[in-house]
Design a protein around this ligand. Structure first.
Ligand code: SF4
Length: 335
């Protein structure tokens, strides 16, 4: 197995890490470093996991507000594991809710956004998600239509239990790799029921990915069709200082039909869920809206499809044509 730069795991974050001197972009305040789930394509996991003590977090929140930001972005690999020392990644609900409540109650903080979360703690402790939602919905930074929502980035990566076991055996703990699809769908249900709409990344072209792995990812995407989320399909990139750093990255030109189908499906879901909000926020005239949705976007897609079909191949043409066709909008959440 390739070893990454181990000096990264020796940094003493808890002892020597200085506080910020000035407000960060988007009011960034770090609450933890590292992860420990050991996904092999990931660099943050090469650092030992350290939670920043609440008292230090609150000093940075105070500085952030004093220097003019009423928004706080909590920087972490996993909000739900703040304060957890459990080797099976069981969340510490009191620590997480206590942290979020302290930040929310700080005078002058109007909105809070967390950078990342994982899905297994959602299934393991749905009560924690509900309690966090009750606080965070009042400090929401994003909306779907006129409805306030809570979000954070999370990794689905694949629907293949084989690839989960091979490269991400810790990602679903305390559950097993073969339960991953169930963990993802249950977590999305719990999150959506509590107004969390995740931003989820998925990886195309992990080393030795087979067609059946991609078909399992497509199967998982089918199961997710009625949930509200934003999907980001990514090509595998061997980052420096991760276990897979010497493997070959994925390239668009080598995508199979199943990979194209998956890529298009992600964007079909995104367009179905988010396009109306995106257009509503920018175009207020109903006639102009209709012209944009039914004429301008499809025409642009047609032309772009011809161009990219000619320069990059038939599959890209089909992708542009499919995605630019007006689609029925997603059913609005009634929560
Ligand atoms: S769960 Fe996320 S942060 Fe943790 S190791 Fe995996 S990819 Fe990295």
């Amino acid at each position: 197995m390739v070893k990454a730069d181990e000096s990264l795991s020796n940094w003493d974050y808890s002892g020597i890490m200085p506080l910020i001197h000035h407000v960060g972009i988007h009011g960034e305040v770090e609450i933890s470093k590292g992860c420990g789930r050991n996904c092999q394509f990931c660099t943050p996991t090469m650092q030992s996991k350290v939670d920043i003590p609440l008292e230090k977090v609150m000093k940075e929140v105070a500085l952030t507000v004093t220097e003019g930001s009423d928004h706080v972005t909590l920087i972490t690999e996993d909000l739900f594991l703040y304060g957890s020392k459990d080797k099976r990644f069981i969340p510490n609900k009191e620590a997480v809710v206590g942290l979020v409540k302290s930040v929310a109650d700080y005078p002058g903080v109007k909105s809070i956004q967390s950078s990342h979360m994982s899905l297994a703690p959602v299934v393991q402790n749905p009560r924690m998600i509900k309690e966090l939602a009750e606080i965070l919905i009042e400090k929401s930074w994003y909306s779907l239509g006129k409805k306030a929502i809570i979000t954070a980035e999370t990794g689905i990566e694949t629907g293949s239990p084989r690839l989960m076991k091979k490269y991400m055996g810790g990602k679903m703990l305390p559950y097993k790799p073969q339960q991953w699809q169930e963990v993802v769908t249950n977590a999305f249900g719990i999150l959506n029921d509590n107004d969390w709409y995740p931003l989820a990344t998925l990886i195309i072209g992990l080393p030795e990915e087979k067609e059946e792995d991609m078909l399992q990812t497509l199967e998982l995407m089918d199961k997710l069709k009625d949930y509200n989320a934003f999907y980001v399909p990514l090509f595998f990139v061997p980052l420096e200082n991760c276990v897979l750093m010497n493997k070959k990255g994925a390239e668009m030109d080598s995508l199979s039909q199943a990979r194209w189908d998956f890529f298009i499906k992600c964007w079909e879901y995104n367009i179905k869920i988010w396009k109306p909000t995106f257009l509503d926020n920018r175009i207020h005239n109903p006639l102009l809206y209709k012209a944009f949705d039914h004429v301008f976007i499809p025409s642009f897609g047609k032309i772009a499809g011809y161009y990219y079909g000619w320069t990059r191949g038939e599959q890209l043409k089909q992708a542009f044509w499919t995605l630019s066709t007006p689609q029925p909008t997603a059913k609005k959440s009634t929560n």
